[in-house]
Design a protein around this ligand. Structure first.
Ligand code: G3P
Ligand code: MG
Length: 396
């Protein structure tokens, strides 16, 4: 690829291709840059070739994660070319802006702040529920009790107290006369949707709260619905359940892949199958790679970023359009499967070429740990440097 002649920017021909880079296992192992990662991004910058980072990671504000990545990779990205697992949750704002949602992830308060930052007005965490009613979780609390959040926007539903022989001489089994004011369900806390932003840390409390809500009547915290226990999704208006990422495994610093948010998702799927009559499948919506919604969002971001970025470099006509995206990933089940599935099927009809690297989940010497079939990748490269070189040669 020849860098355009610096003398006449407006005549330069805008590159019609771009890159989408996965992060964990391609550019970083947790916070440690992989060899050649920083130089590769610099090279693309130098040749005016646009790219975005497209990660199933999350749990931080986009602006903060970009700042961290720029420091680690000596890059100068902005949130215009950065999409993390829950970034597309913003598309759901019209549905839930004025409803109450429950969120979880690595840090309850951070997850609440992120969703409030997206514009969601009423955000509750499992920690808030635990704080309001510790009996919800009958085991000793996990560490750092101070992280268990804020007062609930409305009280949780509690069954009317019955006076019985064991309490005092009241009329057996009758509700308290008189003081028991009429309890109206709608005066109590109702959760309309549940969101998982990144890998939860308090699985035990989260699983309990999620199961309570899935079995509740219309999402009223503290209620129970026979209908929902029969796994009838349309029964009593269960809260919708959204995951930001389905990764069962991912590549961290350890030499073997680690379980990811997909493991938490499958824990809920397994418990729901056991707890409901007839072993029902858990209804849920998954974002993140390989799901189409995430690739639609990423393609839109790439088209917008390419135009603005190249115009800022002095290019005249950039409407020439984005023809091809090279997706560089380490996970056959997410990065590769997603690119293959979206190839030519997006709003802009871009071709997606899947380049699988051996520095993450997939490593040919460790085949038995690989999910999915690595041979589905258009190309297998040793690392991100080789993948980008292959793509530049392919562009001639
Ligand atoms: O939690 C992050 C992990 O699921 C994978 O992240 O960057 O490889 O998509 P990434
Ligand atoms: Mg990865």
């Amino acid at each position: 690829w020849i860098r355009p002649d610096a003398s006449s920017p407006s005549e330069w021909e805008a590159p019609s291709f771009a890159f989408a880079f996965d992060i964990d296992g391609v550019l970083l192992h947790e916070a440690v840059p992989l060899p050649g990662a920083s130089q590769t991004l610099k090279l693309l910058d130098y040749y005016h070739i646009p790219f975005i980072l497209l990660t199933n990671g999350g749990g931080k504000f986009e602006v903060d994660r970009v700042k961290e990545l720029n420091e680690k990779l000596h890059a100068n990205m902005t949130t215009d070319n950065f999409c993390q697992s829950h970034t597309p949750f913003q598309e759901l704002l019209p549905l839930y802006r004025d409803k109450t949602i429950l969120v979880t992830g690595s840090d309850y308060e951070k997850c609440r702040e992120i969703m409030e930052g997206y514009g969601f007005k009423s955000v509750v965490t499992p920690g808030d529920i635990f704080r309001a009613k510790p009996e919800v979780f009958p085991f000793e609390t996990v560490d750092r009790p101070e992280r268990f959040g804020k007062p609930l926007p409305k009280p949780m539903w509690e069954p009317p107290k019955k006076k019985g022989k064991h309490e005092n001489e009241g009329v057996e089994g009758k509700e308290e006369e008189g003081e028991q004011e009429e309890k109206k369900l709608e005066d109590h806390l109702k959760i309309d949707a549940m969101f998982v932003l990144n890998d939860p840390r308090d699985w035990a409390l989260d699983v309990q709260v999620f199961m309570d809500l899935l079995q509740s009547k219309e999402g009223y915290v503290g209620t129970y619905s026979e209908e929902n226990n029969r796994g009838n999704w349309q029964g009593d208006g269960q809260p919708k359940l959204y995951f930001s990422n389905s990764d069962l495994i991912w590549a961290a610093k350890y030499h073997l892949p680690r379980v990811g948010q997909g493991a938490f998702q499958h824990a809920l799927v397994g418990i729901w199958r056991e707890i409901t009559e007839g072993g029902r499948e858990l209804e849920r919506v998954s974002f993140g790679k390989p799901h189409r919604e995430t690739y639609e969002y990423a393609e839109e971001m790439l088209v917008r970023h390419r135009g603005e970025w190249l115009r800022s470099k002095g290019y005249g006509d950039v409407e020439g359009g984005l023809k091809r995206v090279y997706m560089v990933g380490d996970n056959p089940e997410s990065d590769i499967a997603g690119a293959n599935g979206y190839d030519g099927k997006g709003r802009y009809g871009t071709e997606w070429v899947s380049l699988l690297v051996e520095t993450g989940v997939f490593n040919s010497t460790r085949m038995n740990f690989v999910e999915g079939d690595p041979r589905k990748a258009d190309v297998i490269n040793m690392d991100v440097v080789e993948a980008v070189k292959w793509a530049l040669r392919n562009e001639g």
